[in-house]
Write a protein that binds this ligand. Sequence first.
Ligand code: FE2
Length: 257
Amino acid sequence: MFSKLFNRKKKEAVYDELPRTANANWAFLGADMHSHFIPGIDDGAKTIADSLALLRAMAAMGYKTIITTPHVMVDYYPNNTRTIQEGLAAVQAAAKENNIDLTIRAAAEYYIDESFMKLLETEPLLTIYQKEVLVEFSMMYEPPMLFDVIFKMQSAGYKPIIAHPERYLFFHKDFKRYRDLKDKGCMLQLNMLSLTGYYGKNVKMIADELLAKGLYDYCGSDMHHEKHAAALAGMTNTKEYDRFIGYPFLNPRLVNG
Ligand SMILES: [Fe+2]
């Protein structure tokens, strides 16, 4: 029990050291549309204290609206609309009680596999905006049914947003695959920290190129923990920050969406 208390104290102390940006430099984006703030249901926030600390950091960076997106991945994070909505209600209540000035909504980050195919046929999906749905897949190998799933989603009226396309290693050697995704009607979401080299040099190179070619539609923090929060706050002091200001990300339309 003592060690539990000690660990909790230690964790809170780390969060207390998070940079607090006084000038709210990410305010121009208005909304973040990819994060893991619902405690205990995926690999993001573990406790409600974690959620509150991360939400405070987002508010301090100038965000107004958060659409948090727990993983839906059958073997690891078997979430569904009920687990997500219940978790969201708890986070909203805690944020209100703690005077955190954010509008918090929830969608999901769906992992493309066989069970997602079934889900698509049986249940309505949680959406980011209108019929836009955030999806991810294995970083290591291309799912054989990727384009079938994209087609099925579209037939059901959804528009796929591919999470962090720069992180899928098997696309790196063939840049035109990114154009294929766009041509097939997918939207692309940049993980903001990819531009800093946080996920490695190759991921940064691809993110640089996708941004330079105007292929991204949204950007997202994909925030899981305090290291991500500190890195995102610190990014506003780097040269990469200017590249966001000039780019027409669709995030602001989510503020009232
Ligand atoms: Fe994510």
